[in-house]
Design a protein around this ligand. Structure first.
Ligand code: SAM
Length: 508
C-alpha cells in the first residue's frame, strides 16, 4: 500500500498527462485487485478501524477513480460524453469527454494539500493568513454538521461493485436533507459550501453526496470521534489560552491538573482523564478516537526489535510485558497477534489501567480469544506498580499527555519495579530538536509541530531525544536504545534502563 500511495503522489506533475493517465489506470487496477483480494469492502462499509490498509486502499481507489473520471476514464476505459443532466440529489455523471491532456497537475494534487499551502510559505502573506481562517472555517462547518447529524443523514454507499465501482453513486437533495436534520435549507446550503468547495463533501446539482473524507465523519467511524476530540481540545480551548497563561504564568503547564482544558471547562482542579471520565459518553468517544492512533502512520509493532523479549518469553518467565495505561488491551492484542506464534503468551502480559477502565476492559477481554488470558490490573500510574521483575514496562502514548515533571514521576515509579535486565519502552513520536533544521519534508515538520501543539491543552507535550534524555535522567534512568520506525515516520521507541553508564544505540 505504501508503494501505491507514493505512486499516486508521484504521478507526473509536468506536461506528460497521458502518461499520468496510464499511471492512474495502473494504480486503479492494482488497488482494485488488492481490495478484491483482501475483501475489505465489507470492513470499509462497517468502518472497521482495524482494516487500516483496506481503508487506505479504498481511499486511494476512490481518489484515483475521481481523477480518472475527471479525464473521461471510467474503470480504466475512456468513455464517450454523457449529455444527460444529473438527477436531483445524485452526483454528476463521471462520464465527461475531457481529453486526457486536460488532466492538470493541480487536479492531481487537489485532494492532498501540501503543508506549504497551510503554513502559507508558498502564498502572498495576506493570503496566507486569510487561508488559515478558511481552514478554521472548514473545521467549524464540520463541527456544526456533526452536531446536526448531517454526515449520518447523507446516504452511505452500500452497493460496492467490482473494485469499488459505484461507490459514490448515492446522494441526497438539499430539500430532503434539510427535512431530515431539521435545519433551514438555505442555511444548510451555505454551510455545505465550505465543505463542497474543499472536496470534503461532494456536490451534485441540488444535493450532497459522500466522499472518502466525509465518510470518515460519519459517527460510527473512529475518525469522527478523533475530530471531536481535537476540535474540543484545540479549537474550543484556544479561546481560553490567553487567560490561562495570564492566570498561571507564561510557562509550560507543570502539573496533572490546572491544565488549559480543565481551566477552560471551569474544573481546573481535575486531571484531564478525570474530566473525560466524568462523562461516560465522552470517555467512550475518547477510546474510539484512540483506536485510530495505531495505523501505518503511527505504527505499534515492527518498530522495536523483539528478538530478546521473545527468547526470554520462551523460557516461561511469569510476566514479560506490562502495558501501562493499556486501555482495553487493544495494543497488547496487536503484539500478541504479531508475536504470539514466536513465544509471547497472553498469560505473560499485564494491562494496567484506571480502575473504571479495567472493569469493562477485563469483561470485554473474556470475549476475545487473543487477550482473554491477559491480566487486567488496576493501577494509577502516578503510583508504583505491584508487578515487580517483569521484563518490559511499556508506555505507549502516555508520556506525551504530561509535563516533564509528571513524566519523571511516572518513570520514577516504574523504575522501582525494574530488575537489572528489565527495560521501559516509551512508544511515541520523537520530534527533531529543531524542526526547522530537520531534513524532513515541511509537511512532516508541520504535522510534528501540530501534534505537539495539540498536547498543550491537556498539559502534555511531544519530545525530542534530548528532551527524553533529561526526563529519563530525572527519574534515575538512561536511554539504552532508540528504535525509529523503519518506514520513516517520526514514530519511535525509546528504550530506558536503570542508569549506570551511557551506551545508547540508535537504530533506524
Ligand atoms: C492516550 S491513551 C493511550 C492508550 C494506549 N496506551 C494506546 O497507545 O492506545 C491513555 C490511556 O491512559 C489511561 N490512563 C489515564 N490516566 C491513568 C492513570 N492515572 N493510571 C492508569 N491509566 C491511566 C487512560 O484510561 C487511557 O487508556
Amino acid at each position: 500500500m505504501y508503494a501505491t500511495q507514493s505512486a499516486i503522489r508521484s504521478v507526473p506533475k509536468g506536461n506528460n498527462a497521458s502518461n499520468a493517465i496510464k499511471s492512474l489506470i495502473a494504480i486503479h487496477q492494482i488497488t482494485g485487485q488488492y481490495l478484491n483480494k483482501k475483501n475489505v469492502q465489507a470492513d470499509q462499509r462497517n468502518h472497521n478501524p482495524n482494516s487500516d490498509h483496506g481503508f487506505e486502499a479504498f481511499s486511494i481507489l476512490t481518489e484515483v477513480k475521481q481523477l480518472l473520471a475527471s479525464s473521461g476514464v471510467q474503470d480504466g476505459v475512456v468513455t464517450p460524453p454523457d449529455p444527460g443532466a444529473s438527477l436531483p440529489g445524485t452526483p454528476p455523471s463521471n462520464k465527461r469527454n475531457i481529453s486526457p491532456l486536460t488532466l492538470q497537475p493541480a487536479a492531481i494534487h487537489s485532494s492532498s494539500r501540501p503543508a506549504e499551502e497551510l503554513s502559507g510559505s508558498a502564498r502572498p502573506p495576506q493570503e496566507a493568513i486569510m487561508g488559515l481562517f478558511a481552514q478554521m472555517s472548514v473545521a467549524s462547518a464540520i463541527n456544526l454538521f456533526k452536531h446536526w447529524g448531517v454526515f449520518d443523514a447523507i446516504p452511505v454507499p452500500h452497493e460496492v461493485g467490482d473494485a469499488g465501482a459505484e461507490i459514490l453513486a448515492v446522494g441526497i437533495s438539499f430539500a430532503d436533507l434539510a427535512k431530515k436534520v431539521n435545519v433551514e435549507e438555505a442555511l444548510l446550503i451555505r454551510i455545505s459550501n465550505m465543505l463542497t468547495s474543499t472536496s470534503i463533501l461532494g456536490r451534485s446539482r441540488d444535493g450532497l453526496y459522500h466522499t472518502p473524507t466525509s465518510l470518515c465523519l460519519v459517527s460510527t467511524h473512529p475518525m469522527s470521534a478523533m475530530f471531536s476530540l481535537l476540535h474540543t481540545n484545540i479549537v474550543s480551548v484556544s479561546a481560553s489560552l490567553p487567560s490561562y497563561f495570564d492566570t498561571y504564568g507564561r510557562r509550560e503547564p507543570v502539573g496533572v491538573n490546572h491544565v488549559p482544558i480543565t481551566f477552560h471547562e471551569g474544573k481546573p482542579e481535575l486531571k484531564y482523564f478525570e474530566l473525560v471520565n466524568q462523562d461516560p459518553k465522552r470517555m467512550n468517544e475518547f477510546m474510539k478516537a484512540m483506536s485510530i492512533t495505531h495505523s501505518s502512520r503511527v505504527p505499534t509493532t515492527g518498530v522495536y526489535d523483539m528478538s530478546s523479549v521473545l527468547s526470554i518469553a520462551k523460557t516461561g518467565r511469569e510476566t514479560v510485558w506490562v502495558d501501562i495505561g493499556g486501555g482495553g488491551g487493544h495494543i497488547v492484542k496487536l503484539f500478541l497477534k504479531e508475536y504470539g506464534h514466536d513465544g509471547l503468551k497472553a498469560s505473560q502480559c499485564v494491562v494496567h489501567e484506571l480502575e473504571d477502565v479495567v472493569e469493562g476492559a477485563s469483561k470485554a477481554a473474556q470475549e476475545d480469544d487473543v487477550i482473554k488470558d491477559v491480566r487486567f490490573l488496576p493501577l494509577d500510574f502516578h503510583r508504583e506498580s505491584p508487578i515487580k521483575g517483569a521484563l518490559i514496562y511499556y508506555l505507549r502514548h502516555i508520556m506525551r499527555d504530561y509535563s516533564d515533571q509528571v513524566c519523571a514521576n511516572i518513570l520514577r515509579n516504574v523504575a522501582r519495579s525494574l530488575c537489572s535486565e528489565a527495560r521501559i519502552l516509551i512508544s511515541e513520536q520523537i520530534t527533531p530538536d529543531n524542526p526547522a533544521m530537520a531534513s524532513q519534508p515541511s509537511s512532516q515538520q508541520m504535522y510534528a509541530a501540530f501534534k505537539d501543539f495539540s498536547m498543550l491543552p491537556i498539559g502534555g507535550k511531544e519530545r525530542s531525544l534530548s528532551q527524553w534524555r533529561s526526563v529519563a535522567a530525572a527519574a534515575g534512568l538512561e536511554i539504552s536504545r532508540v528504535h525509529m520506525d523503519p518506514k520513516g515516520t517520526s514514530h519511535g521507541v525509546v528504550e530506558l534502563k536503570l542508569a549506570e553508564t551511557g551506551d545508547e544505540k540508535v537504530s533506524a
